[in-house]
Design a protein around this ligand. Structure first.
Ligand code: HEM
Length: 412
């Protein structure tokens, strides 16, 4: 479907076949991202690309302790808050080598949430250039400036790393081992000129910001929806607990090699991402030249919006598409890595998400731990059908209201 948004033409892709044409057959032509004021302001004038290492175990353990404390007094737990803190802390530690606790932690979480909202806001000037003044009048421009400035202050940590590196390697005070985070790695690539092109300080900040923009909200949103669906489907909860408890046994820690055997867990995550892709319209692309797609002529400069939400619910691809049935993936080779176009929550092709491994590792590990150690109920005797499924607005679609549940420490 071709829509006209002011001066811009936008091609809406809502079928697996059309998505394959865009992200596989003509991948190189559609590898550009359209310019948007929010992306320009918030992502250092487009100097962004990215990928990241990971290391979530310590943060997961801290969150598990918090749940344990709440479970001992049967208090309600705000799981949305726990998931957001977990992903923020993991990404902060991996990217910046530190996390933000207390007041600055709360400020950082609020900043991230505002950042995600701004990236998803419709800015009329992106489509009708002569109406660009509207965002100055309605306060959008000022909000973007404020958020960009606050983020830049947080990313002063890049300069701190540079100063630290001049003094010598940053070593752990207990183990004496050299500590390296994502900023250190990027500075090393810059210093040794390993990228084959010049990377400046602003580009490093942009890549770090990319990881925050693309990695935190999405990962926590998928955890939130996964737990929501599990709580809504007690049979799925039972089956998942059975698998995790059989494989992990009495171990206090679940390792990656245990996770590899948890096929039902992986199916639960796939089914969650099918029904609730955190970025339902993916990240827009733009055609670099005129091209024919499925018999239609698409002009250079056309925006392409891939509707992964509709594709995931297309009855042509899925039986009972609106139902949450993880079993559909048990004997199926369909995966979300970008080769099966009926399931593309991470996009596909050369602009596909580089954070799949990072996100799935956190999601699998934390979900397995939650159901391994605890039995879960809803507060106030609420029933599964009472769970509010309203969605927020923005680039990532989260739950509108926090997910609250009660954990009961399992003696099994
Ligand atoms: C469940 C979690 C996640 C989901 C659903 C998700 C989804 C996506 C989607 C749909 C895109 C656009 C793909 C396309 O245009 O084909 C994308 C791009 C991207 N993602 Fe993710 N993502 C997730 C987690 C992460 C994480 C954890 C990171 C980093 C640590 C990350 C980093 C990026 C980056 C840097 C891009 C831009 C790639 C480019 O433009 O070339 N994502 N992601």
């Amino acid at each position: 479907m071709l829509l006209h948004f002011g001066a811009a033409e936008a091609l809406i892709v809502s079928s697996a076949d059309a998505a394959r044409e865009i992200m596989k057959t003509h991948d190189i032509i559609f590898a550009n991202r359209p310019r948007s004021r929010a992306f320009q302001k918030l992502l250092y004038n487009y100097k962004d690309v990215g990928s990241a290492p990971y290391g979530e175990e310590e943060e997961t353990a801290l969150m598990m302790d918090e749940i344990e404390r709440a479970s001992s007094s049967s208090s309600s737990i705000n799981l949305s808050e726990i998931f957001a803190a977990l992903t923020n802390n993991v990404v902060c530690r991996v990217a910046l080598g530190r996390k933000y606790g207390g007041e600055s932690g709360r400020r950082f979480a609020k900043l991230l949430s505002e950042f995600a909202e701004l990236l998803g806001i419709f800015n009329v000037g992106d489509f009708i250039p002569w109406l660009a003044w509207v965002s100055h009048v309605n306060g959008l421009e000022a909000r973007m400036d404020k958020v960009a400035k606050e983020f830049d202050d947080f990313l002063g940590v890049v300069e701190e790393h540079m100063a630290q590196q001049k003094k010598g390697p940053n070593t752990d005070s207990v183990t004496g081992k050299e500590q390296k985070d994502f900023v250190d790695v990027l500075l090393w690539i810059q210093r040794e000129n390993l990228a084959g092109f010049k990377i400046d300080r602003v580009s490093i900040k942009a890549v770090i910001l990319d990881v925050f923009a693309a990695g935190t909200d999405t990962t926590y949103t998928s955890l939130e929806w996964a737990m929501t669906e599990i709580l809504r489907h007690p049979n799925v909860m039972k089956q998942l607990q059975k698998e995790v408890r059989e494989i992990a046994g009495k171990k206090s820690d679940i390792k990656e090699k245990d996770l590899e055997k948890m096929h039902y867990l992986k199916s639960v995550i796939k089914e969650t991402l099918r029904l609730h892709p955190p970025i339902p319209l993916l990240v827009p692309r733009e055609s670099a030249q005129d091209v024919e797609v499925m018999g239609y002529n698409i002009a250079a400069g056309t925006r392409v919006i891939v509707n992964a939400w509709a594709i995931g619910r297309d009855p042509m691809s899925w039986k009972q598409p609106e139902e949450f049935i993880p079993e559909r993936f048990l004997n199926s080779s369909i995966d979300f890595k970008g080769h099966d176009f009926q399931l593309i929550p991470f996009g596909s092709g050369r602009r596909g998400c580089p954070g799949i491994l990072f996100a799935t590792t956190i999601n699998e590990a934390f979900l397995a731990k939650l159901v391994h150690k605890f039995n879960w109920t809803l507060p106030g005797g609420a029933k599964e059908k009472d769970i509010d499924m309203s969605e927020s607005i923005g680039l990532t679609i989260r739950r509108k209201f926090p997910l609250i549940a009660i954990a009961d420490n399992c003696s099994c």
